[in-house]
Each structure stands twice: as C-alpha cells, then as structure tokens.
Design a protein around this ligand. Structure first.
Ligand SMILES: [Zn+2]
Length: 131
C-alpha cells in the first residue's frame, strides 16, 4: 500500500508544473465528449472553450475542493504543500481536486479525473496530419 501511494505521489507530482501559475489542460467532457480547456493559474481558474481568435470563451469557474475534507494522497499532497509554505501550489491543488462544469453541456466533472484524459494544451506545430 505504501509503495502504491508513493508511486501515485511521484506520478502526480511529476505531471503538474509544481507552481500552478499557468496550468492548462485540454480534457474532453465526460458526457458530451467535446474538447475544452481547463485553466488553473494567474489567468484564472475555469473551464472554457478555447477559440483560436477570441481566446477562452464561455468560461465557467472551477469549484475548489475543501482541503479539510481531502483524504488519502490528495489530502497528503495539499497538506504537504501548505505545511511547506507553497501557498500557490496548495491553492492550485484544491482546484485540481475540485470540480468544474463543461462549457458545452454544463455537465459537472472532477478536474483531476478529466486531467488524466487530457492532451497537451496547444497543438504541436510539427505534428504531421495523416488522413
Ligand atoms: Zn459536455
């Protein structure tokens, strides 16, 4: 059990940027499967539709988890960040472990769960499109 918790911690810690000043995820809605962007950082904390010309539109604010009720590895991560004075990270983690609403259909989703199904925030300009 301890090995699993340690592995989860290392895996999660490595997948976040460690500061939450500019996190962008590109998950799909668990209900309508439309793409959206989830932002946690200095630009705000929201789910939105990323429009190439207009930026992030139809923004819906994320709801942070209450750190007092986080348990297991989530509680440990938030608590460790807070104890070590990493306030921005601690606050960012409450949003990562919180909820959001799909800007397309309004479905509520768990940010961390959808983050695991996300793809890079920006398209890879060097990617080759195969049709
Ligand atoms: Zn949706």
């Amino acid at each position: 059990m301890i090995a699993l918790a340690l592995w989860l911690w290392l895996w999660l810690w490595a997948r976040i940027s460690m500061d939450y000043t500019d996190e962008h995820y590109r998950p799909r809605c668990p209900r309508c499967e439309q793409a959206m962007v989830v932002v946690i950082g200095d630009y705000g904390r929201y789910a939105a539709i990323r429009d190439w010309h207009e930026g992030d539109i139809q923004r819906r604010p994320l709801r942070p988890a209450d750190p007092a009720v986080l348990t297991g590895i989530k509680g440990w991560m938030a608590g460790t960040a807070s104890v070590h004075g990493e306030r921005v990270l601690a606050v960012g983690l409450t949003y990562l472990f919180g909820e959001g609403d799909c800007p397309h259909c309004g479905a509520t989703f768990e940010v961390a769960a959808q983050r695991e199904h996300s793809r890079p925030a920006e398209p890879d300009p060097w990617a080759v499109q195969v049709t």
